[in-house]
Design a protein around this ligand. Sequence first.
Ligand SMILES: C=CC1=C(C)c2cc3[nH]c(cc4nc(cc5[nH]c(cc1n2)c(C)c5CCC(=O)O)C(CCC(=O)O)=C4C)c(C)c3C=C
Ligand SMILES: [Fe+2]
Ligand SMILES: [Fe+2]
Length: 361
Amino acid sequence: MARYRPEPPAVEGNVPRTAVLLANLGTPTAPTAAALRPYLRQFLSDPRVVEIPRALWWPILNGFILTTRPRKSAEKYASVWLPEGSPLKVHTERQARLLTGYLGHAGLAGLHVDWAMRYGEPSIPAVLERLRAAGCTRILVMPLYPQYAASTTASVMDEVAHCLPQWRNLPEIRYVRSFHDDPGYIAALARSVGEHWVKHGRGDKLVLSFHGIPRRAAELGDPYPQECRRTADLLAAELGLPADQVLLTFQSRFGRAEWLQPYTQPTLEALAAKGLQRVDVMCPGFVADCLETLEEIAMECRTAFIGAGGRQFEYIPCLNENHPWIDALSRIVRAHLGNWLEAPLSDTPERRTAVAATRGG
Ligand SMILES: C=CC1=C(C)c2cc3[nH]c(cc4nc(cc5[nH]c(cc1n2)c(C)c5CCC(=O)O)C(CCC(=O)O)=C4C)c(C)c3C=C
Ligand SMILES: [Fe+2]
Ligand SMILES: [Fe+2]
């Protein structure tokens, strides 16, 4: 048996073909325990996500977590499910479609833009195979996580690397490692907060809640908390907010170990208990609304804040399909494509389309 998959026929003139692959975390196919089980199994078997030795972890995962969590998580997913499916999938798919259009307007109509999920479907191996079959020889991979974390960004990179041993004619690959301080991303966040304030008035404090990671991962050198801090500081500066009006917190703790602090929900409860009437909460670490924002923050944390004596809880949605964000995404992509778009590539299909477009063709 051949070790490598057969290559597609060479593209005319051997010109490179360029693709952009957006990658997000992944989500179950249905809000049911049956759909949650394989999704959680794949997710929680990733050694980037759970760094406990396998011999200790397998019995906990198979004996306890996969027998109890799927049902509980399915109920939560059911509370946020959209007619078209899981919010994370719906927004990621729309973002990819919009990005195709924005890149087209920038003269890059021939670029392949696709999206994949690290866990579940459409999988990274399946989408990379599609790009390979389409003759793509240059691939820009953009994990849709603004802040780098080993458990998310590096895991996408691992999965891409894992696919390559099956290719004979290897593609050039570039990554967007993180965009936590990208001016377009920060401006899009600020715009979203500003528009929310215009419509709903302004809270006494703005809580910026990021997904947590285990404290130990940060101690071992994961730059994630520093990148979250930088995003929060840049956003506060862009909004002209004094430091005492903005709080950075971490949500979605998993397991018994200590995670990054302060935790979101106890912070909100403490603010309410101290007499804070109204709070605005935003999750800048997620570019698409998902279970962790719509259920944990907009539902659970709201209930906790009101239950502790708060009056008004305003959840500011993720960037989703907002124009300033898709514009920033398109700029980040173009900046990373860099010299792949330059003159020596003048004969690429995408270039030919662009040239035809500028000639009114
Ligand atoms: C935004 C960055 C994220 C980091 C960092 C992250 C780390 C991380 N997550 C878990 C465990 C779970 N996360 C779950 C859902 C989930 N996590 C992220 C993002 C980050 N996770 C997203 C976007 C989602 C939502 C997916 C969706 O379908 O909407 C879940 C599954 C849901 C549940 O059962 O609670 C788990 C489990 C760990 C352990 C971890 C870092 C070590
Ligand atoms: Fe997570
Ligand atoms: Fe959660």
